[in-house]
Design a protein around this ligand. Structure first.
Ligand code: SF4
Length: 383
């Protein structure tokens, strides 16, 4: 396929990825096996539960009815939790599903509902005291939820969580609030630059698409401590269009910009030669307790998981690896063990990427938190 003919849209997350490391963005577009994460699934379960509650049909219900919200919220969250669990387990690369985290999801949902009460002009109330009438008031301020925003030219897109009426002390709407619900760690003081930019991106797209809009601003709603942070600042759309230009499809990989924070969380390492060469060149530290490695398998006992590896040092910058004198033992359990068994049983004999091996004395430990994948750096687009 010729350069420039694969359609692409910039979203706040792809923009962020591109900025973190262009290679990471490029790899994320190669249709490689996706990796699920527990925080992302938890966030989606909470978001979708809030959405369902906002859309709940309560027209025929008695306005004074109480006691309905806790069981309804729980049933809705349980359903979404189950849906997310199935999606998670069907995702080709996934760690262990932590059912116990539903408690955190429940707290997140309660936190989000409390923010909605405040925004609707209601006092914070325990969920069991919330009447159908009060919930109708909440629903009346929600103008849209889970909408997709696309710029007129189609280049920019974002998924908006909530658009709510900005209510004054008399209950009258004085404008719009673009709200993004966050289930992660709240900021200590101000929003970080990336989150602020993401919120302003939604704000600016909404402004662009609605020339007759009332006054509007964007807020991050943090369910963990029920704090609300307003995103201020100039439009980000010009920068977004500039980034969009750089994100065009290319058969040749984009340059990587390895650094320990970004590489630490990068899910495409088994396909990226850059970080391994950067380790050799001392640009990236080896890591302390949790390390990534590229190795040859010397011996593997599929029953006990005892394995002897030989470190496979990079040769050049494109992912080729050589031999070394550096051997180390490892104990593989759970997911790491089953991945290694599959690899060996398939007859694979090439180098192997070990993600998040735990260094404990001379022996490495790999388990549910780790990944064992064929080392397959790609230097030309697969799409
Ligand atoms: S491993 Fe590091 S250098 Fe490679 S794509 Fe990921 S972030 Fe970029």
């Amino acid at each position: 396929m010729e350069d420039g003919f694969v359609a692409h849209q910039l979203s706040p997350s792809s923009w962020s990825r591109y900025e973190d490391c262009p290679r990471k963005y490029w790899l994320s577009r190669q249709k490689l096996p996706r990796k699920a994460s527990m925080p992302a699934s938890l966030g989606t379960a909470v978001h979708n539960s809030v959405e369902d509650l906002c859309n709940l049909d309560i027209n025929d219900r008695e306005p004074r009815e109480v006691g309905w919200l806790p069981p309804t919220a729980k049933a809705i969250l349980d359903r979404h939790w189950q849906i997310e669990k199935e999606i998670f387990l069907e995702t080709p690369r996934h760690p262990r599903w932590k059912d116990e985290m539903i408690t955190k999801a429940h707290d997140g949902l309660v936190g989000a509902l409390n923010i909605l009460f405040v925004k609707s002009g209601l006092d914070k109330t325990s969920l069991s005291e919330v009447t159908i009438g009060m919930w109708a008031q909440v629903q009346s301020i929600v103008l849209a939820n889970e909408g997709t925003l696309v710029s007129e030219c189609g280049r920019l897109m974002g998924r908006l969580d909530l658009l709510v009426a900005d209510i004054d002390e008399n209950g009258k709407s004085k404008g719009w609030i673009v709200a993004d619900l966050k289930t992660g760690r709240p900021p200590t003081v101000n929003l970080n630059e990336k989150v602020s930019r993401q919120l302003r991106f939604y704000r600016d797209l909404l402004v662009e698409n609605n020339p007759d809009h009332p006054p509007l601003h964007a807020e991050g709603w943090y369910s963990a401590n029920q704090s609300i942070h307003r995103a201020e600042g100039p439009s980000v759309l010009e920068d977004a269009f500039k980034a969009w230009e750089g994100m065009r499809h290319s058969n040749i990989p984009f340059e990587g910009s390895p650094n320990s924070t970004v590489c630490g969380f990068c899910e495409w390492k088994a396909w990226c030669p850059t970080w391994w060469a950067a380790r050799r060149d001392g640009i990236l530290p080896p890591g302390n307790v949790f390390r990534d490695e590229v190795v040859h398998i010397i011996r593997f006992d599929g029953n006990s998981g005892a394995t002897l590896f030989e470190r496979a040092p990079p040769v050049g910058d494109e992912g080729e690896v050589g031999r070394s004198e550096n051997k180390f033992g490892a104990i593989l359990r759970d997911q790491a063990l089953s991945q290694m068994r599959q690899l060996v049983d398939s007859g694979y004999q090439g180098p192997v990427f070990l993600g998040s091996a735990k260094a404990d004395g001379k022996i490495m430990h790999l388990g549910d938190w780790s990944e064992v994948l064929p080392w397959s750096p790609i230097n030309k687009s697969l799409i």
